[in-house]
Design a protein. Sequence first.
Length: 285
Amino acid sequence: MKDFTIEKMTLLELEAVVTWAASEGWNPGLHDAAIFHETDPGGFFVGRLNGKPIAAVSGVSYGKEFGFLGLYIVDPAHRDKGYGGHVAIAAREHLKGCKCVGLDGVQEQQKNYTRHGFKYAHPNFRYEGRGSGDPYPSPAGTEILPLADFAMEEILAYDRRHFPAERSKFLKAWIAQPSSIALGCRIHGILSGFAVRRKCLTGHKIGPLFSDSPEIAARLLAGIREELASEEPIFLDIPGNNPTAKLLVESLGMTVVFETARMYLGPAPELPIHEIYGISTFELG
């Protein structure tokens, strides 16, 4: 395409693209850009028309097992002209060799992804609520503790059960980011669930939220909300094929404000979806 070039993004450029995400209503976290870029510095692409950035996409690799496409944004003045498709090809090329590639597609793009070989797996729903809520009693024999009290090896092993690939670089930065809180549940000395809350442009997002049981998920969610002001917005992205997650958020009066579709290119990973109560992030999986 004449006068259109594609390059890998610097961190500074990714920070600018995150502001595009804000303008799309995606409500990014305050520290998303730095953590995303650190996870895979070569996995972010920008398309320029006459030198001006007009399109962006990420293709973050977690090794040979899994990759994830996200942050797919085209300047509204240049949509439906093929620019987005070209940057997406660059991201796909970066993920060449991955056993499986996932994405969380907005509704208007799902047919487009299907044409490129992605298969629908399940819906995801973003729920919004308010405030700290009522405390939830801990199941017998449980302790809710700062996640930093657990060995990193144990946290990474538990995360690996619930995510398609090892992602230590991402997770270590994610749980230690400023303006955040990370809690884990210990039962008889064993990590049985954890949750992370991060500050966003509006309110706070919770994710991931992984748990061995609905009761532990409810206790972690209560703990992660504990110090919030009563009118502070909170958001949790749940997989739509986990009915217990749906029951939990709706019992708290949370309501759906956004929907995506999880789609995969290649064999869909086998995950304990009944233990996934909150997705880490729509941008990186």
